[in-house]
Design a protein around this ligand. Structure first.
Ligand code: MRU
Length: 347
């Protein structure tokens, strides 16, 4: 089942807020529904947000066309609504990338926009396969082992993409190739994308894994529990600094301390050459409520304040390598996003 798709004139997506208890598909026919689904993380994960952005523009164009009934699409109205969608969440560059890429077909009309969005979906599927293969080869090479244990954070699997995933896609590939000893996902406070979503995916693929509480990750790396750490990314700046789920930075510090490779796995669409460094990346703060309670139960005293950055930034000098569908950039060996050219897609 695809995490997000275009089905009979609307977007269908798995409502991730209900997992792992229930698998429910939410049908999205209007822009406000899509924005709400993005903001409450019914659909989440950078590549999935890119596809949501592109399908969202297709939805907008179809509804503007239907409302006005003109032969000519009201392009200003499509642009106005697309600008609202673009801002639904700020950190993952894929959302604005998907919106902008779909908008490049605006002059060609609503059908051409939908075709572009479908192409983005298909490219995402192919990219995940390619990242898995590149990432698995690289991991065995860096770890100098045929079988490895890997730590990861958040959810970077099929639920964060259309199918298969980025960092979790590498773990799945290692598993299929007989190279996975075990995966070690962190639970990922406060919304538990690791415990709810990654554990659900690993169980479905029948891969060996053990779930860790977030604060155990760095310590267990120092004890040699993993041969590598894989993370996904929400935005990679031009200098390689990488925004990803909060907790990634601590894992990178610990990985360096333990001498373990720290590998970022993300599609080219997550690289934002217009953002010079991590300091320029806007980090979404999701507010007090997610910190002071969970699932409707309050866990902290009433009335207290909290800070809740959804992401952090790992400086490029803590990153061993970035794996995309078209290249491997070995930052630890002095390579940069500018010095390593794009190869053709591997699949
Ligand atoms: O807040 P979320 O769940 O959207 O955060 C997702 C992440 O941080 C992922 O690691 C990132 O988007 C990469 S997904 C392949």
């Amino acid at each position: 089942m695809r995490t997000i798709d275009w089905v009979d004139g609307a977007i269908e997506l798995i409502d991730q807020t209900l997992l792992p208890q229930r698998v429910e598909v939410h049908r999205v026919t209007e822009l406000p529904q899509l924005i709400d689904d993005i903001q409450r993380l019914a659909v989440r994960g950078a590549p999935a947000l890119g596809v949501a952005g592109a399908f969202g523009v297709a939805l907008i164009a179809a509804s503007v066309q239907a409302e006005h009934g003109d032969d000519e699409l009201d392009r200003d109205e499509v642009r106005r609504q697309a600008a609202i969608l673009r801002e639904a969440r700020p950190t993952a560059v894929n959302l604005s990338w998907g919106v902008d890429r779909a908008l490049t077909k605006l002059d060609a009309g609503a059908a051409a926009i939908l075709d572009e969005a479908v192409l983005i979906r298909d490219e995402d599927i192919a990219a995940c396969i390619s990242m898995g293969l590149r990432g698995a080869d690289l991991t065995r090479e860096l770890a100098a082992k045929d079988r490895v244990s890997v730590m990861t954070i958040c959810n970077t699997g099929s639920l964060a993409t259309v199918e298969r995933g980025t960092a979790l896609g590498v773990i799945e590939t290692l598993f299929e190739q007989g190279s996975l000893i075990e995966a070690l996902p962190l639970e990922t406070r406060p919304l538990l994308q690791g415990a709810r979503l990654t554990a659900w995916e690993l169980e479905r693929m029948q891969a060996p894994f053990r779930l860790l509480i977030d604060s155990a990750g760095p310590f267990l790396l120092s004890r040699g529990i993993a041969d590598a750490v894989f993370i996904g990314a929400d935005r990679i700046a031009a200098n390689g600094d990488t925004a990803n789920k909060v907790g990634s930075f601590s894992l990178a510090l610990a990985a360096q301390h333990a001498g373990v490779p720290f590998i970022v796995v993300a599609p080219e669409s997550t690289i934002d050459m217009r953002t010079a460094s991590g300091a320029d990346i806007e980090i979404e703060d999701r507010g007090v409520d997610e910190v002071v309670g969970f699932g409707g139960t309050r866990t902290a005293p009433a009335g207290i304040d909290a800070v809740n950055p959804a992401f952090d930034v790992t400086p490029h000098d803590l990153i061993t390598a970035i794996v995309t569908e078209r290249r491997v950039i070995l930052l630890s060996r002095g390579e940069t996003l500018e010095s390593v050219s794009l190869e053709s897609l591997r699949s």
